[in-house]
Design a protein around this ligand. Structure first.
Ligand SMILES: NC(=O)c1ccc[n+]([C@@H]2O[C@H](COP(=O)([O-])OP(=O)(O)OC[C@H]3O[C@@H](n4cnc5c(N)ncnc54)[C@H](O)[C@@H]3O)[C@@H](O)[C@H]2O)c1
Length: 282
């Protein structure tokens, strides 16, 4: 499904508050800002937004005024979600590992909306787990790397030129505690998430002077369809390591993501935020 292309007059496209200047420097106060929703007028893309963390973040951004376009694989669920979103966004069926399709879809959205303020990369997979490294199949390893690493690389590659034009952007890559610590039994997944953290560090520095922040989020276990599909032993291994002795909730994911993606989070980039109930204290 290709997004419809609607051209907006330039005067509308360029009208936006100076969202990169700290409130103390642009004369506004937080009480003046709270008069309109945090993401009013903004356009966001959320990959993997039809399920789990991506859907929770999508709903939070929409509830705070953003127009959110979900990139996800074609299923009947996409049409249902598009109906549910109403005027707050839509879903586009797209494989985020396909560079040409990602680029043409992002370009069409940029011409239609005149701006892309936010990119969240949540599409991801664990691949086969509960395996020693020598048991990992190369094809499975490559499949995990293609989605978890190529996906964020390709979507940010397509979106960054659009953000650079307006000197504003917020990119959030969903990494994992597995990328910081390495989860035994999850070599492909842990390796891919470590790569996402590396990507985030470089992109944070590459665009540090451009008004664009690039950060990652490293959650521990959050109950979603992805976790439900894991072997019980693998989930027990991960939850046993959480000092709070519970899974994180989707509300907790949405809350921290909303802060990282807000104009107010303007002095943090290249950073991997923790969401692990005390498992990682660095
Ligand atoms: N759930 C957790 O405990 C947890 C913990 C840490 C990190 N994460 C990360 O959070 C992200 C989301 O995980 P989740 O648990 O919400 O997973 P999920 O399986 O619920 O959702 C993932 C979504 O990605 C979509 N997707 C898969 N391949 C795609 C492709 N090629 N193109 C476009 N979309 C594609 C799926 O259709 C699905 O809607 C992942 O990157 C995951 O690694 C999850």
């Amino acid at each position: 499904m290709r997004p419809a292309v609607v051209h907006f007059p330039l005067s509308l496209m360029n009208k936006s508050p100076d969202q990169n200047t700290p409130a103390s420097q642009n004369g506004s106060t937080s009480s003046a800002k709270s008069a309109s929703p945090v993401f009013a007028g903004q356009t966001a893309i959320v990959t993997g937004g039809a399920s789990g963390l991506g859907l929770a973040i999508t709903r939070r951004l929409q509830s705070q005024g953003a127009y959110v376009i979900v990139f996800d694989l074609e299923t009947p669920r996409l049409a249902e979600l598009t109906r549910e979103f109403g005027a707050s966004g839509r879903c586009v069926a797209i494989d985020v590992t396909n560079e040409a399709t990602v680029k043409s879809t992002v370009d069409a959205i940029a011409s239609e909306r005149g701006r892309i303020d936010i990119l969240v990369n949540s599409a991801g997979m664990t691949g086969r787990t509960n395996l020693k490294s020598h048991e990992v199949d190369l094809a499975d390893f490559e499949r995990v790397m293609r989605l978890n690493v190529n996906g964020p690389f390709l979507t940010s590659k397509a979106v960054l030129p659009v953000m650079l034009q307006r000197k504003y952007g917020r990119i959030l890559h969903i990494a994992s505690i597995a990328g910081k610590e390495g989860n035994a039994g999850m070599m492909a997944y842990s390796t891919s998430k470590a790569a996402v953290i590396g990507l985030t560090k470089v992109q944070g520095k590459d665009y540090a002077e451009s008004g664009i922040t690039v950060n990652a989020l490293a959650p521990a276990v959050i109950q979603t369809p992805m976790v439900a599909a894991l072997p019980e032993a693998q989930v027990k291994y991960m939850t046993d390591k959480i000092p709070m002795k519970r899974c994180g909730s989707l509300d907790e994911v949405a809350a921290i993501a909303a802060f990282i993606l807000s104009p107010e989070a303007s002095f943090t980039t290249g950073f991997t935020f923790d969401l692990t109930g005390g498992r990682a204290v660095y």
